[in-house]
Design a protein around this ligand. Structure first.
Ligand code: PLP
Length: 479
């Protein structure tokens, strides 16, 4: 037989040169990204004209492929790490973790089972323990798992809640969440096969918090009808306004009713590292399960979510299967196989980036960065309140602020204000100078900033407001 030359390899020299080119590009990006335009735009037609082709039968020079990617792909993606990316929940990331991810991928570490990579499993155990302590969860009994993101953490939580509270029969099970809960929860509920009649979306009050009285009525009525209330999803840091649900009250209701208490803290929970956040998040330690999303406010690159649980056995009871082909690597009970704690078998080594960035910078630097973010949003709020052009629609909460252009003495109608603010957002995004989109609060079109990037400065924000005001004046001529 002919010697196999199809080994997908490069020479040592070629690997070095290729790797260095990538590192050079990354360093260049990290040291200049603040000055770049954050927003990338492109239609399907434009992207097709750049990239659409048949899979090439023959290879191309690696540097040529790399340069094409650097020029066309990397420049045509919105920079969620940019200081002027204010929308959705940005991903500020950090260089150390990006390099850690490169290592994890470079070694292609399988982070599924203990036997395959004890150190990787141990680092996941250790970093999960750091998080358990940060959130006041029981250290010995508690547990958790890293996931691809908040959506998967929520799905993992709800699958666990159902397994523990309902066993095999969930025909009468009912789940409660507020109208401000993140859409990923509804997706997860649907994936799990619940019917529409099993979901209760509870209204929120004027501050977008779970309306507790309505919830109590709803649970009582469901019990009267012979249904089984089994899970409640609270949010600590709603995506729209940063609102934290009344966690202690909800925890008490869940305890009394025997309901699983899940808290979705995907973006907001990290605020616990600051003094203000700690106050707002009181009660978070009472959750049966808690979603946090390190690829948001713990400054990790994508993809990294996390689910913490009060009792690690709840995860293993839900996800352990013992197929014959894994029998030789089961290990003993203290040696956790993370494939038994979640949905994935083959898993990338996510813990590494969290571990390396925390070791490198220290928890204090994370605390300071998060505190800076919260203070920055407070400063933006007072700035807006002092301006004759702007109205604060919802005060700064966990580094999120909602506002709109509404100059005093102009007395614009609600319809005109909606049009104005929609226009501002569209023009700002089209200028590519900032990612600033709208949301709806009580039916009003508002601009929203999520200020979790520690590289965002007050000057960045001032520049963005000036840009907004220019576009606003433009639109006012047409009103
Ligand atoms: C972002 C977010 C999610 C979803 O997390 P992904 O990492 O995007 O999957 C869920 N809940 C809340 C509150 C969020 O802010």
């Amino acid at each position: 037989m002919k010697k196999n030359s199809a080994r997908l390899e490069m020479s040592k020299e070629a690997m070095k040169s290729y790797g260095y080119q990538i590192v050079d590009a990354l360093v260049e990006h990290h040291s200049t990204q603040n000055e770049k335009l954050p927003v990338a735009l492109g239609s399907r037609e434009e992207m097709d004209s750049l990239f659409l082709e048949e899979a090439p039968e023959e290879g191309t020079d690696p540097t040529q492929v790399l340069n094409f990617v650097l020029e066309k792909v990397m420049t045509t993606s919105t920079l969620m790490s940019h200081p002027k990316s204010y929308s959705f929940v940005p991903g500020p990331s950090n260089y150390v973790s990006a390099m850690a991810d490169t290592l994890a991928t470079g070694y292609n570490i399988f982070s599924g089972g203990w036997a395959a990579s004890p150190a990787a499993a141990e680092l996941e155990i250790v970093t999960i323990q750091w998080l358990l302590k940060i959130f006041g969860f029981p250290k010995k009994k508690g547990g958790g798992i890293f996931t691809s993101g908040g959506s998967m953490a929520n799905l993992t939580a709800l699958a666990t809640a159902r397994r523990i509270k309902c066993g095999d029969d969930f025909s009468k099970a009912v789940i409660y969440l507020s109208d401000q809960a993140h859409s990923s929860n509804i997706k997860a509920i649907r994936v799990l096969g619940f019917k529409k009649e099993q979901i209760r979306i509870i209204p929120t009050d004027i501050e977008f918090k779970f309306a507790v009285n309505k919830l109590k009525n709803c649970i009582a009525k469901d019990r009267l009808e012979g249904l089984h209330p089994f899970c409640l999803i609270a949010t600590s840091g709603t995506t729209n306004t940063g609102t934290v649900d009344p966690l202690i009250e909800l925890a008490n209701i869940c305890k009394k009713e025997g309901i699983w208490f899940h808290i979705d803290g995907a973006y907001g929970a990290a605020a616990i590292l600051s003094q203000k956040g700690k106050q707002l998040l009181k009660g978070i330690e009472k959750a049966d399960s808690l979603t946090v999303d390190p690829h948001k406010w713990f400054y990790q690159p994508y993809e990294m979510g996390c689910l913490l649980v009060r009792n690690h056995k709840h995860l293993s009871h839900t996800f352990t299967e013992k197929p014959e082909y894994l029998r030789d690597i089961e290990g003993n009970t203290s040696e956790i196989n993370f494939y038994d704690h979640g949905i994935q078998l083959t898993r990338r080594f996510r813990a590494l980036k969290f571990y390396m960035s925390l070791k490198t910078f220290g928890l204090k630097e994370f605390r300071d960065a998060i505190t800076y973010n919260i203070d920055l949003a407070d400063k933006v709020e007072s700035k807006l309140r002092k301006s004759a052009f702007w109205e604060v629609v919802f005060p700064a909460t966990l580094a999120v602020i909602n506002f709109r252009y509404n100059p005093i003495e102009k007395n614009y109608s609600e319809k005109q204000l909606d049009a104005l603010n929609q226009y501002i957002s569209e023009k700002v995004v089209a200028s590519r100078k900032a990612l600033l989109v709208t949301t709806l609060l009580h039916g009003q079109v508002v601009l929203r900033m999520c200020l979790i990037n520690p590289r965002t400065t007050l000057e960045d924000i001032q520049e963005t407001f000036e840009l907004c005001e220019r576009f606003a004046t433009e639109k006012e001529q047409q009103l």
